[in-house]
Design a protein around this ligand. Sequence first.
Ligand code: SF4
Ligand code: SF4
Length: 400
Amino acid sequence: MNHGEVLALRKAFNSVREKQALNPPAGFTERKKRLKTARELCVGNEELLAKAIANLKKNGIKVHIAKEKQEAIDIILAELGDEKLVVKSKSNVTKEIELTKALEKNGITVVETDIGDRILQLLGTKPSHPTGPVAHLSAKEIAKRLSAHYGLPLAGTPEEIVKVVREDVISNINKARIGITGANAITAEEGSILMTHNEGNIYEVMRKEKHIVVTSIDKVYPDIEAAVNMIKILSFNATGSIIPSFLEVITGVSKTADVEKKFVKGVHSPSEITLILVDNKRSELAKNGFKELLYCIGCGNCLLHCPMYNTVGNEFAMDNNLGGKGIAYYSLSHDEKNKKLELCLTCGKCKENCPLGLDIPAIIRKIRSDGSSSEIYYFLKSHMIWGYYQILLRLKLENS
Ligand code: SF4
Ligand code: SF4
């Protein structure tokens, strides 16, 4: 990420922080406590996961558990059959299993439907925030690069960019028969799937004939109330609004019992829903002392406050795993002591601003440390790198 992109990222982060400050939600402390209790209860809880799966199946949803990345891809390929086009919405788990790459290798065109994700896909660049993936690019920069793709001169207003990308997305949604989404939560009590969004694209994608949901085994909540509480916290931390524009709760396929009380499936779409729950080392992590890391709800609030991320941007990341939490997760799930762990300043700003109080610096120390002398070395190294880039950014600001 260059200095201009870091400055654009800071501007976007500032606007979320300002919105959060203007709109402090009532009873937030109590909500966060409830969320923590739910995560402590659910993560790694095999009994609750089994209850959720049984109830999802009872509701007519096909459920698969994929132990590993390749197994998940194979299940999705089998579900897609001969389909050559799929539309997709934002999902960290599909990024984790590199689904798009795998499907494209098999001759399937994958079209992202979230505006930010579609821009990323077309520009072939890395994300900078879990819910605002192009926060580091100015409208002018996006327009310059999209003009080449669409063969259109774009002036560079957000409205114009959204219009052009939206038309492209809609034309693909209209052609596709299968939609793939992620999920924010699955609930044990009701056997429901919850998805939140602001753009309305998930609503379009999930109404295709067949809906494939790809998420991870740690997304279980005891019931809908606990899941909605998480959604409110996620929304506030990610965007500054206490509630997103849309919240989808799916508890089965489209059906009716209007004629002689006999159930007929597929009145509208979807007539088929498949849920793939990806493990990909999460069970191992939960058993090996890193359960806390799986409490994360992916709100990105830690990034807004991380001094290193605000200085080097998504250089402090591994693939789509952003910031200290992302790098810690990447290192553990790939069984490697990644060099980027050394960038963490262990300042604790992430912990202070995480709704779950995740002790990311402690987790990073646990992974990277070879004893107290190595921690002194990492402390000095990370602060020197941070100081150096701070000076470069200041110079850039003075000269701009
Ligand atoms: S402890 Fe590390 S990850 Fe957390 S805010 Fe500080 S530099 Fe960022
Ligand atoms: S670590 Fe905490 S603040 Fe960061 S994304 Fe996860 S839940 Fe949000």
